[in-house]
Design a protein around this ligand. Structure first.
Ligand code: BMA
Length: 303
C-alpha cells in the first residue's frame, strides 16, 4: 500500500511553466504565507548552474511562476565568492513568524549552507553562511528548544557514509555542540548516504523527519524518501525510524530526466487534519506533490 498518494495532476510545475529560460524545476521549498502557498524552486540554467525561482498557489497544487527569478548568486559582498557556481535546494522554516531559508551555495571552494531571511516574499536578506564546506541539506526546526535553535546537518566525509548530524545555536549564526544522530543502514534502501529532506514537522508523538536515502545500483544511484521520529524535547534522540521507504521513483517523471531515478524533497506542509502535502522533485527535472497521513508516517516510525 502506498503511504504517499501522488496527485493525479503531477508534475505540477515544469520548465514550460517558467517565463524565463531554465531547463529544470525541482527540489523546491514550499510554505504557507497568508492564504497562499509559496514555492521557491531550484532551476538549472543552460550553463549547468542553478538559480531559485518563485511560484504561488491558492490551493497547494496549481502554481504560477513569477515573471523573474527569485534568487540568483550574489555578485558582490561576502556571499559572492561562495555562490559563484549557483544556489540550490532551498528549505524554508517559519520561526516566530519569520521566514528563514537555507540553501546550498556552490563555488570553487565546495558547497556551503547559506541562511537568508525572506521578507514578504519580495526581498531576500542574506544573513550568514552557516557552515564551511562541504555541507548540503540543512533544515531548521521551527522553534527553539531549551533556549536554542536547532538544525539537522549533513556534512560530507571521506571515511564515513554521509549521515545526519544535529547542531545548536543561540542566534542562528553561531552553531555547535554537533553530533551524529543517524547513519545509512547497510544493505538497505538508504545504505549509501542519507540527508535531511523537509524541515521537521511537529506531531504529538515527536518531530517527523522526512529524509532522503540513496542506494547504489549497477544502473546508477536511486534516491528514495524515508521517515524518522525524533524526541520532542531532545531531537538528538531518535524514537524510531521506518524500515520501509515512503516514496521511490516509479512514475515516468521520476524515472527519466536530468538525473534518472530521483525523488528528492525539501518540503512538507500541514494540510488538512492529519494530512500533509509532500512536495518532491522528480528526476531533478519537475516538481510533484502528494498527500500522506501524518499518523501513517508516525506509525511507520514506531513499528
Ligand atoms: C544530490 C543533490 C540534489 C539532487 C540529487 C540527485 O546530491 O545534488 O540536489 O536532487 O543529488 O541528483
Amino acid at each position: 500500500m502506498e503511504v504517499i498518494k501522488r496527485y493525479k495532476g503531477n508534475p505540477i510545475l515544469t520548465k514550460d511553466d517558467i517565463p524565463y529560460d531554465v531547463v529544470t524545476v525541482h527540489n523546491a521549498a514550499v510554505v504557507k504565507y497568508g492564504d497562499e502557498y509559496m514555492m521557491v524552486f531550484r532551476s538549472h540554467r543552460r550553463n549547468g548552474r542553478s538559480i531559485l525561482g518563485l511560484a504561488r498557489s491558492k490551493d497547494g497544487f496549481s502554481f504560477k511562476a513569477d515573471p523573474e527569478p527569485f534568487m540568483t548568486p550574489a555578485t558582490e559582498g561576502e556571499f559572492a565568492e561562495y555562490e559563484a557556481f549557483g544556489v540550490e535546494d532551498p528549505r524554508i522554516t517559519v520561526i516566530d513568524g519569520e521566514y528563514w531559508m537555507t540553501y546550498s551555495a556552490y563555488s570553487q571552494h565546495g558547497v556551503r549552507i547559506g541562511l537568508a531571511k525572506i521578507k514578504e516574499f519580495k526581498q531576500i536578506e542574506r544573513f550568514s553562511l552557516i557552515t564551511e564546506a562541504d555541507y548540503r541539506n540543512v533544515v531548521l526546526f521551527p522553534e527553539k528548544i531549551n533556549g536554542r535553535y536547532i538544525r539537522l546537518d549533513r556534512p560530507h566525509s571521506e571515511i564515513s557514509p554521509w549521515s545526519v548530524w544535529i547542531s545548536y545555536s543561540p542566534d542562528l549564526r553561531h552553531w555547535g555542540d554537533s553530533k551524529l544522530i543517524m547513519k545509512p543502514v547497510q544493505y538497505h534502501w538508504d545504505e549509501m548516504k542519507i540527508g535531511p529532506g523537509a524541515p521537521p514537522i511537529k506531531t504529538d508523538k515527536g518531530w517527523l523527519n522526512i529524509y532522503h536515502g540513496v542506494f547504489p545500483t549497477m544502473d546508477g544511484s536511486v534516491y528514495r524518501l524515508g521517515v524518522a521520529l525524533h524526541d520532542l524535547k531532545d531531537p538528538s534522540k531518535i524514537i524510531g525510524r521506518s524500515d520501509d521507504w515512503i516514496l521511490q521513483p516509479e512514475e515516468p517523471y521520476e524515472i527519466t530526466g536530468y538525473v534518472h531515478n530521483v525523488v528528492f524533497t525539501c518540503a512538507a506542509v500541514p494540510y488538512k487534519d492529519d494530512e500533509l502535502l509532500i512536495y518532491w522533485g522528480g528526476a531533478d527535472t519537475v516538481m510533484n506533490v502528494g498527500t500522506a497521513k501524518i499518523s501513517d508516517l508516525v506509525n511507520m516510525c514506531l513499528k
